[in-house]
Design a protein around this ligand. Structure first.
Ligand code: SF4
Length: 350
């Protein structure tokens, strides 16, 4: 019987539990770009909570991207030194940490938000070079891995999607061609760093012209073949994803479980869970072994500590999304602390 607090392997890594903390948008950096003391404190609380793996908030590849203006970027002088302090602190708790990298829009000097079909070969080389340099920085900074953002609505998610990519050169057409921009990056990162490479991608996008689950599976198999070490499957933006015939079933769980059958690398279910019983139910009724959570860690970075004591914990996050795009990673719901039995209560119960 699987339990979320099992000590498990994740490729070459060992995890203290099956819970992966994913960072999305939240950030708290200063204008100058440096990590604040609050960021270190938050990461220490998460690392000490019993989490298995930490995936950072997204580090935006380009400072002028459309994330929150407070979103972390790698483009300042002290990034490697400050990030090394962060990874050293997380490693004290025997928790591996990946750096999440992504960008939504590609801008050129005079052109804003260049579309997938309009980027030139020189632009592709620039994007690839920028990502490889970022990976090198993450490696120097002590991160155990990099997460490449091919999910949600990121630029690379659109690049690999036939709904957006109508190119007629070697970067368009077949599934393999649309993936080449990423495969070429993976090859260089593999050759030049010791980073575990995780790819975050959508289960499918639900539009008529977009990626089907079958194509996502094909993409996962290609990524594995080209050296990707693990995957995280997430929800696409398409509203059709949420209007499946059988609303009782979670299509993300079903899709993730199906993908797992076709690859031999770890696959993380990307979010959507908020209680201990729900997670253990998923673990024991599917082949899913790892589950990521984000907003519950915003609501309370230490909630897993309570869960280990209570045995049937529920996150107090109500998925209102009010914490997105704010300067601080703060839950805007009034805290209602879960009562944790004290040692004295245990004795009295006996
Ligand atoms: S309750 Fe709302 S504000 Fe609080 S963590 Fe959840 S989504 Fe964010």
């Amino acid at each position: 019987m699987k339990d979320l607090f099992d000590y498990v392997e994740f490729g070459d890594l060992k995890l203290n539990s099956r819970i992966v903390r994913t960072g999305l948008w939240e950030s708290e950096r200063e204008k100058s770009g440096n990590f604040t003391p609050e960021i270190y404190t938050r990461y220490e609380n998460i690392a000490a909570s019993g989490v298995g793996l930490i995936i950072s908030e997204v580090f935006s590849l380009y400072p002028r991207d459309v994330f929150s203006k407070y979103t972390n970027t790698i483009n300042y002088n002290r990034f490697v030194r400050e990030a090394k302090d962060l990874t050293d602190m997380v490693h004290i708790y025997d928790v591996p940490i990946f750096a999440q990298l992504g960008f939504v829009q590609f801008h050129k000097k005079a052109e804003h938000n260049v579309q997938v079909d309009d980027v030139t070969i020189e632009d592709i080389r620039k994007i690839q070079t920028d990502i490889i340099i970022a990976a090198q920085k993450f490696d120097y900074a002590g991160f155990d891995g990099i997460q490449l953002g091919l999910g949600n609505y990121y630029f690379l998610a659109r690049f690999i999607n036939p709904n957006f990519n109508h190119r007629t050169d070697r970067y368009g057409g077949s599934t393999l061609n649309r993936l080449k921009i990423v495969l070429e990056i993976i090859k260089v990162i593999k050759q030049n760093t010791k980073l575990h490479i995780n790819v975050r991608l959508n289960a499918f996008d639900g539009t008529n012209m977009g990626m089907s689950l079958d194509e996502t599976i094909e993409i996962c198999r290609i990524l594995e073949k080209y050296g990707v070490d693990s995957l995280q499957i997430t929800r696409p933006r398409s509203p059709q994803f949420f209007t499946q015939e059988n609303k009782e079933k979670n299509p993300l769980i079903e899709a993730t479980n199906e993908i797992i059958k076709h690859v031999d690398i770890p696959v993380i279910l990307g979010g959507g869970s908020n209680s201990q019983n729900q997670i253990n139910d998923i673990l024991n009724t599917t082949d899913i072994d790892y589950i990521s959570m984000q907003r519950p860690f915003v609501a309370d970075p230490s909630f897993l500590v309570d869960w280990q004591v209570l045995g049937d914990g529920v996150s107090r996050c109500i998925t209102c999304n009010n914490c997105y795009w704010k300067k601080t990673s703060t839950c805007f719901i009034k805290p209602c602390k879960v009562e944790t039995p004290s040692l004295e209560d245990d004795v009295l119960d006996e």
